[in-house]
Design a protein around this ligand. Structure first.
Ligand code: C2O
Ligand code: CU
Ligand code: CU
Length: 441
């Protein structure tokens, strides 16, 4: 068993000129360690909350028992500890962890709580991919923040979509660079911003290979010059560099399907440098990428017993705001379902489901492009559009504890664009008791 000791703490970080920034972190002043586990491995977390308010830690993208999920039902009061355990049973992937206290997730993530959780398996290990962590396999946690003249985080500059910051940080650092030492480098990119989406590309418009998305490797590498990443999503890309050259990973203006003033309030017109990559004079040779990365079992509608529909609008789902006292959906274990999710709003929304990785069957009736055809747990849905998702619920049932689904633009989630689902055995009755005191643990 792997045991991870994690402590949520407040601290001060040197990020911008003007002053040390008050931030929150896990085992340090900002962000947290990269956790890593193999498929089949048992994991236990020893989480201690030394903050002066209750929080949670949620394992985004992880298939695990509802009680271990770290959503709003597993609040950890100040001074308390929490010890979730599970066995990793899903493909190699770049997952992440972050707080999930109902109504406060945006602020807790913005202050700096979060980190990556990388899963490994034999399938991934057998491929000739860059996998030397910190050398040619690099985690990039991308976030935008606004600082005042004293260097403190501004937490009040919200627009429709939440806070859009003017300073981009990678792994908690402003204006970062990375020394490149190999011909091929794998970048595991996480959009851990609360509201901003990124349209990543390189400053010379070079082609890169997308090899993985939220839930693991794609079936084949996908060549691209741009790729959109909305809050909560991850993408693994491989970039080839020549000796001594420099190139910037950049976010370009993006088409989120918004009109009027909304692209501006979502930051969709912005161009921003993310990180500068500086290649050494001599680079370690890298084998070419494999042509085939993964066998992805296709889930098809004939397998699906149930179809549910979700309409995202005005910080509600199907007209209702998140209520801890209400179970919205009840799912039967070992069944496959299709979820049709619509954005009937004029704002940008995405959709994230806990416990499962899904496949996108269609976007407005059209099959997804190859980079959206792998395992996903978060998907962007432009205004006026709909996606059909297919997912299989396996292994864990709990009549007392729900999982969440929600928009991952965290201000929207906090405002109520979230719902709860139970997974039950066939014939099992729900036995859900709404929390009476969320600080009791
Ligand atoms: Cu990344 Cu419900 O969360
Ligand atoms: Cu999640
Ligand atoms: Cu939203």
């Amino acid at each position: 068993m792997s045991v991870f000791d994690l402590t949520a703490q407040s601290g001060r970080s040197t990020i911008v000129a003007g002053g040390k920034t008050k931030t929150w972190g896990i085992n340090g002043p900002i962000l947290g360690p990269t956790l890593r586990a193999r498929r089949g491995e048992a994991v236990r977390i020893d989480f201690r909350n030394t903050l002066d308010e209750a929080t949670t830690l949620h394992w985004h993208g992880m298939h695990l028992p509802a009680k271990a999920d770290g959503g709003p039902h597993q609040m950890i009061a100040p001074g308390k500890t929490w010890h979730p355990e599970w066995v990793v049973n899903q493909p190699a992937a770049t997952l992440w962890y972050h707080p999930h206290p109902h109504g406060k997730t945006e602020r807790h993530v913005y202050r700096g709580l979060g980190g990556m959780f990388i899963l490994d398996d034999d399938q991934d290990a057998a491929l000739s991919l860059p996998r030397d962590y910190g050398v040619n396999d690099i985690p990039l946690i991308v976030q935008d923040k606004t600082f005042d003249s004293g260097g403190q985080l501004v937490e009040t500059s919200r627009r429709d979509n939440g806070m859009i910051g003017d300073t981009i940080l990678v792994n908690g650092t402003a204006a970062p660079y990375l020394d490149i030492t190999a011909e091929l480098t794998r970048l595991r990119v996480l959009n851990a911003s609360t509201a901003r989406s990124y349209n990543f590309g390189f400053s010379d418009d070079r082609t890169f290979a997308i090899i993985g998305t939220d839930g693991g490797l794609l079936s084949t590498p996908v060549e691209a010059t741009r790729t959109l990443l909305t809050p909560g999503e991850r993408i693994e890309i491989v970039i080839r560099m020549r000796p001594s050259e420099t190139v910037r990973l950049r976010s370009y203006p993006q088409d989120l399907g918004l009109w009027g003033a909304r692209p501006q309030t979502s930051g969709a017109n912005d161009t921003a440098d993310i990180i500068e990559l500086r290649a050494a004079a001599t680079l370690t040779p890298s084998p070419n990428l494999p042509g085939r990365l993964n066998e992805i079992e296709r889930l098809t509608t004939d397998l699906a017993a149930t179809t549910r529909t979700f309409d995202l609008n005005n910080n509600r789902i199907n007209g209702q705001a998140m209520d801890m006292a209400r179970i919205d959906e009840t799912v039967t274990v070992d069944t496959t379902e299709t979820w049709e999710v619509w954005n009937s709003d004029e704002q940008a929304h995405n959709f994230h489901v806990h416990d499962v990785q899904f496949q996108i069957l269609d976007i407005d009736g059209t099959p997804p492009p190859p980079e959206l055809a792998g395992w996903k747990d978060t998907v962007y849905i432009p205004p006026g559009s709909g996606v059909t998702l297919i997912m299989r619920f396996t292994e864990y049932t709990d009549p007392t504890t729900p999982y969440m689904y929600h928009c991952h633009m965290l201000w929207h989630e906090d405002q109520g664009m979230m719902g709860q689902f139970l997974i039950l055995r066939p014939g099992q009755e729900p036995a859900y008791q709404p929390p009476t005191n969320e600080h009791h643990h």
